[in-house]
Design a protein. Structure first.
Length: 166
């Protein structure tokens, strides 16, 4: 049975491993290896993740109930305004996708946002990432198309998507 729990500092290495494995499969055809390396170092260093866990980001990890130390995926969310939360990260190991963990993590994130007073959940997703369809399937709407300058001559070419809670 799939389970979700709050992530702790000891989960950071697993989160980094999942991010790298997922990014390699997802972005190999979309981003250069140099940009992937730059972004992984920028977004997934131990210190960055630890700081996010300690300041305004809630991290959740998913696993099979009998193997809680074998993390299969994770999600992170942050409060951006009083009633607005942002899904920062949601990744599942490529070989564990399509088993329902992404949906379970997304439900956990939505519940966390609602329990903390949100009426809106936003996210950014690369315009060429097939995850766009996953988010659409779960009620997210594209509200903008943006190119975010992330330094070093790189850009994130994303959709900004939004889910309204009623």
């Amino acid at each position: 049975m799939l389970q979700i729990r709050n992530a702790v500092e000891n989960d950071i290495v697993a989160i980094q491993t999942i991010a790298k494995a997922t990014w390699l499969k997802t972005y190999m055809q979309i981003l250069s290896s140099e940009q992937m390396s730059y972004m992984l170092n920028w977004m997934y260093s131990f210190e960055i993740l630890k700081n996010q866990m300690q300041n305004n980001h809630a991290f959740f990890v998913g696993y099979l109930s009998q193997k809680q130390h074998e993390i299969l995926g994770f999600a992170a969310i942050s409060r951006e305004a009083e009633k607005l939360f942002k899904l920062q990260k949601l990744y599942i190991l490529p070989e564990q996708q399509k088993i329902g963990l992404g949906k379970l993590l997304l439900q956990k994130v939505c519940n966390h946002a609602k329990e903390n007073g949100a009426n809106t959940l936003q996210l950014q997703v690369n315009r060429n990432n097939i995850a766009v369809n996953f988010y659409k399937k779960h009620g997210f709407k594209i509200i903008a198309e943006e190119d975010f300058d992330i330094g070093n001559g790189y850009f994130m070419n994303d959709y900004v998507m939004e889910l309204q809670f009623f």
